[in-house]
Write a protein that binds this ligand. Structure first.
Ligand SMILES: Nc1ncnc2c1ncn2[C@@H]1O[C@H](COP(=O)(O)OP(=O)(O)OP(=O)(O)O)[C@@H](O)[C@H]1O
Ligand SMILES: [Mg+2]
Length: 261
């Protein structure tokens, strides 16, 4: 068996905001993500999903445990670990092509080549003729595709996405999921995607990691044993849906009970 792309060992994270009580976001969280694997994080609000992505990306420090990528400890951000934030995060003052080319300057790609690469990738996400537009001239779905293109331009080995499609309408969301599965296959990257949508989890994941309420721990890991594309009419699909609904209901109840306490 090959080496994991990402190894999380006993991760803990306590936020200590100035002048306020510390918040334990994650506790003893361990997980391996394999090369080329599609992992979905599912869990109640506030259980530390975004926090964990920031730490894997190297943008935040763990307060316990270790994170390794390909056997090397993660200490800082790297082009090999791309993160697409909860809100599409394009620079509004740059054109779409310049947004995509932006990270390549950090990688040391020569200027002329950057634009070629950017336009190539934009074509691959169906935005070939949008390169000269500004983000606010695009629809929400197009902006998310542009954000994907920018992340993919860096050729990351691990692509993390924090509720990337939450703001989109149902039809656009389904299209974006198809599109994501396609670029996932083409890129060979591992993907870690956070969602609140049970259907999205079942449609996309090789494995779904269900979090407990805060402090987030691994409640259970469910492999989705269905061929893709995954027809929602399949009785097995419904069985997964029931299983996740039950797992989440427990944790959402716990999260609410804690908030009221
Ligand atoms: N920068 C920060 N400073 C202090 N506390 C933080 C910070 N970021 C997150 N937290 C706290 O850590 C906990 C986990 O937050 P996080 O954003 O990771 O949850 P989440 O699972 O992504 O939630 P959601 O599903 O609502 O996006 C929350 O209690 C949150 O208030
Ligand atoms: Mg979040």
């Amino acid at each position: 068996m090959s080496r994991p792309a990402i190894t999380l060992k006993h991760i803990g994270k306590t936020w200590t905001p100035e002048g306020r009580a510390p918040v334990e976001a994650l506790r003893d969280f361990s997980l391996d993500v394999m090369p080329g694997e599609f992992v979905v994080f599912l869990g109640p609000s506030g259980c530390g999903k975004s926090t964990l992505l920031y730490m894997i990306a190297g943008l935040e420090e763990v307060t316990g445990g270790t994170i390794h990528q390909d056997g090397h400890e993660v200490k800082e951000p790297s082009a090999e670990r791309g993160l697409i934030f909860q809100e599409a995060s394009l620079f509004p003052w740059l054109t779409i092509a310049d947004n995509v080319a932006f990270g390549l300057s950090i990688r040391g790609t020569p200027k002329l080549k950057r634009r070629d690469i950017a336009l190539d990738i934009l074509r691959s996400v169906g935005l070939g003729d949008m390169g000269d537009k500004k983000p606010d001239e695009l629809s929400g779905g197009m902006r998310q595709r542009a954000a994907c293109a920018r992340a993919l331009a860096m050729r990351p080995k691990v692509l993390m996405m924090d509720e990337p499609f939450a703001a989109l309408d149902v039809q656009t969301r389904a299209k974006m999921q198809d599109f994501l599965l396609q670029i996932w296959r083409d890129s060979g990257a591992s993907i870690i995607l956070v969602t609140h949508s049970i259907d999205e989890a079942i449609s996309l994941a090789d494995r779904v990691v269900v979090f407990t309420a805060r402090p987030g721990r691994v409640k259970t890991i469910v492999p989705i044993d269905l061929p893709r594309p995954r027809p929602s009419r399949d009785p097995r699909y419904h069985a997964y849906r029931d299983q996740f609904a039950e797992l989440l209901a427990d944790e959402v109840d716990r999260a609410f009970a804690e908030q009221e306490a």
